[in-house]
Design a protein around this ligand. Sequence first.
Ligand SMILES: Nc1ncnc2c1ncn2[C@@H]1O[C@H](COP(=O)(O)OP(=O)(O)O)[C@@H](O)[C@H]1O
Ligand SMILES: CC(=O)N[C@@H](CCC(=O)OP(=O)(O)O)C(=O)O
Length: 260
Amino acid sequence: MEKLTVVKIGGKVINEEAALDAFLKKFALIKGKKILIHGGGNIASDWQRKMGVEPKMIQGRRITDKDTIEVVTMIYAGLNKKIVAKLQGLDNQAIGLSGADLNVIKSHKRMNLVIDYGYVGDIEGVNAGVINALMNLEATPVVCALTHDNSGQLLNTNADTIASAVATGMSESYDVDLVYCFEQPGVLSDFENKIVIPVIVKKDYDGLKNSGTISDGMIPKIDNAFAAIDAGVGQVKICHFDAIDTVHAAEYSGTVICQK
Ligand SMILES: Nc1ncnc2c1ncn2[C@@H]1O[C@H](COP(=O)(O)OP(=O)(O)O)[C@@H](O)[C@H]1O
Ligand SMILES: CC(=O)N[C@@H](CCC(=O)OP(=O)(O)O)C(=O)O
């Protein structure tokens, strides 16, 4: 099967121009088909605060009321265009997408009887055929954290989850490598000394959570990684954004998440 590299970057990388440029320079050099998924959650939070609104997050998900969906739409879609322009500047033919464009990712508004998440979308499906057609035009899809309900409403969707769903959707026709890039060298067992856990398998995961070694935003990230693996993605890597050029190389020094 042909190799496909699906990479996700978060807002902390995007927010620092030098980090984003350094990452994109290396991403642009990845050979073969590739897809970039990006977040921007901390940038949305900064703008909410500038507007006098304190962001509300529950279990890593933003409570997205009517005003907030307007704000995140402008921010995530705007960042998407900025990243596409930078990739074009690096001679990478890129196409920016929200889930609404070409109906790439359909979702439904999250139904939760206890917490009203507002305009947050839970993914129903990824249109792998359309993504494939774009890649066959030599374009690299760049996907932001917005999906849609097919009735005219955009919905805010966690970018880690989008990456997992896109990787899963493409895994029927490709040998997919899903890579989560962030600001640490990998999943760490020791934060102070930056000791990376090289491999995490399912049977060890609960212990790592229970001991507090893995916490906060890393829990949904690894949950999304295992969801992708369970659905057919070969393996998932979690590494520093600066290490994106080593993901297919022997010197890779980040974390690999695998079934067993
Ligand atoms: N064991 C761990 N190793 C690395 N990061 C961890 C670990 N446990 C918790 N984290 C936290 O998880 C964060 C990554 O999750 P998140 O902030 O959601 O990333 P992103 O915005 O890139 O999606 C790291 O910045 C770190 O603070
Ligand atoms: C529903 C929900 O929480 N959506 C996320 C989407 C952005 C995101 O995931 O950004 P990072 O990858 O940079 O964290 C949010 O608004 O924060």
